[in-house]
Design a protein around this ligand. Structure first.
Ligand SMILES: C[C@H](O)[C@H](O)[C@H]1CNC2=NC(N)=NC(=O)C2=N1
Length: 122
């Protein structure tokens, strides 16, 4: 098998897996109501509510770039597993994270799950 065929086969498999993993998630995700949003913020006091985006944000600081990027790599793996991804940026030892659910146009239970998983990495 040529290296090009292997690449294409790998890609096809990846897409197949992804379809299988996500095909059970066609239901609309519900935006949190006010009580649920308050509960979320009480549960994660280090996170700040962004009312414009209906998102939660947190800034993480590490000793250096290697630690910051290691953290991002760990979050990326969890995010991919949850099929829920952060909006973020990194400058040297700093990582700015914003969580919101694009499919709901605001916070949902998925953001709570991802925030919980991120906190568990620290
Ligand atoms: C098709 C796939 O399930 C969706 O696009 C997922 C991927 N990751 C996501 N991440 C975030 N933050 N919000 C979403 O609505 C979202 N949707």
């Amino acid at each position: 098998m040529s290296s090009r065929s292997r690449l294409v086969a790998h890609r096809a498999l990846s897409y197949g897996d992804r379809t299988a993993l996500t095909s059970g998630r066609k239901t609309m995700v519900q935006k949190l109501d006010d009580a649920q949003r308050s509960a979320l913020l009480a549960r994660f006091p280090q996170w700040t509510h962004d009312p414009v985006r209906d998102a939660i944000t947190r800034q993480f600081r590490f000793d250096d770039f290697a630690q910051a990027f290691g953290f991002m790599a760990s979050v990326a793996i969890v995010a991919e597993k949850l099929d829920h991804h952060p909006e973020w940026s990194n400058v040297y030892n700093r990582v700015d994270v914003l969580l919101t659910t694009h499919d709901a146009n605001g916070l949902s239970e998925r953001d709570a799950k991802l925030a919980e998983a991120i906190e568990a990495l620290l």
